[in-house]
Design a protein around this ligand. Structure first.
Ligand code: DP6
Length: 343
């Protein structure tokens, strides 16, 4: 969900506050076709996590002639040094405007600091949306801005089940929402934050290595269109077991191509593996839960409302929750699917 909170405008200053949710991919993006255009090698498809959001205030100020525009970004109260991605987003907006503006971003997230939950997706989606609203940009421009910040951020700009299409020579990479979140009100997400102090390889670096060195990646790319269609069809008919199996297989395959990269990339730890085994034992009679892991050890579990209490009790009886015990869960969060944009 993206929500427009406030807008104050005069000729020389625009201020707007928005919120965007992180999203979790059921079929994951891994590998770039173009590093400059931030286009992917394969389509991906995701759902937004309703309980988490990045809340972002953009203040845009018109710059006097001859004055340099200076942009600033602070995240959770700390000013950060602008990297090439932020600079690219701001430059891309400035190139579209007929007078010069400087941008100041202040963003805060309500997810646990250690969660490692695609905060860049929510953050850049919020920045792109705020810039889009402030300067009346098209949906295509907003998508592109989000993508320039972080590929997966383009999926946080729309509600419900969102596909990011890789595009081709004729068609630009784009996102579309197939169903609103209300299509499947009983679907639940359980986020298991795994205790982990290791610093992992960034998505950017990991993708580059995989694209350069993994032969298995070609197989994954070949399978991608059928998997995407399978997710769309199973979501359409609320066929949980098919959706769940496709999601788990894609997560496993994504981590397999990471291991097939050279040198190998390991994102899952022993607790992640305990979660995988726990879900498969929970699914012994019928498929009632599905795990998926991004570029880190934390799990996102999809389940249905009717199974959620049993699953969460199982988690609590299988793991210690808290900060004191190594290799156990740090926290557990339960969410419904993210809503659509509100302006
Ligand atoms: C494993 O969008 O963070 O979460 O485009 O380089 O910023 P950049 O990467 P990013 O990668 C996300 C990878 C993933 C899968 C996914 O969300 O589709």
């Amino acid at each position: 969900m993206i929500e427009n909170k406030r807008q104050k405008m005069d000729e020389n200053e625009i201020r707007i506050t928005v919120e965007a949710h992180p999203n979790i991919a059921l079929i994951k993006y891994w590998g770039k076709k173009s590093e400059t255009e931030m286009t992917p090698l394969n389509d991906s498809i995701s759902l937004a996590i309703d309980i988490f959001h990045a809340k972002t205030t953009l203040t845009a100020r018109r710059v006097e002639e001859g004055e340099e525009s200076v942009d600033t970004v602070s995240i959770n109260g700390r000013e950060i040094t602008l990297n090439t991605r932020f600079n690219r987003v701001f430059k891309s907006v400035r190139d579209r405007l007929d007078s010069s503006w400087s941008f100041s971003i202040s963003s805060s997230t309500n997810f646990p600091v250690a969660a490692g939950l695609a905060s860049s997706a929510a953050g850049f989606a919020a920045i792109a949306f705020a810039l889009g609203k402030a300067f009346d940009l098209s949906q295509t421009d907003i998508e592109r801005l989000a993508r320039y910040g972080s590929g997966s951020a383009s999926r946080s700009g729309l509600p419900g089940l969102v596909q990011w299409k890789k595009g081709d020579e004729k068609e630009e990479s784009s996102v579309l929402s197939h169903f609103p979140s209300s299509h499947w009100p009983d679907l639940r997400l359980v986020i298991l934050v795994v205790k982990d102090e290791e610093k992992s390889i960034s998505s950017k670096e990991g993708m580059e290595r995989t694209a350069r060195t993994s032969e298995l990646l070609q197989d994954r790319i070949r399978r991608n269109p059928a998997r995407i269609q399978g997710i769309i069809d199973s979501f359409a008919s609320r066929d949980f077991s098919t959706l769940a199996e496709l999601t788990m297989r894609d997560s496993n395959e994504f981590h397999a191509v990471c291991l097939d990269s050279y040198p190998p990339i390991q994102y899952l730890n022993t607790t992640s593996w305990s979660i995988i085994n726990l879900v498969h034992s929970f699914n012994k009679e019928s498929v009632r839960a599905a795990y998926t892991f991004d570029a880190g050890p934390n799990a996102c579990i999809f389940t249905l409302k009717e199974y959620m209490d049993e699953f969460v009790s199982l988690v609590h009886s299988s793991f210690s929750i808290g900060d004191s015990i190594e290799k156990e869960l740090r926290s557990v969060h339960i969410s419904t699917l993210g809503d659509g944009p509100k302006v």
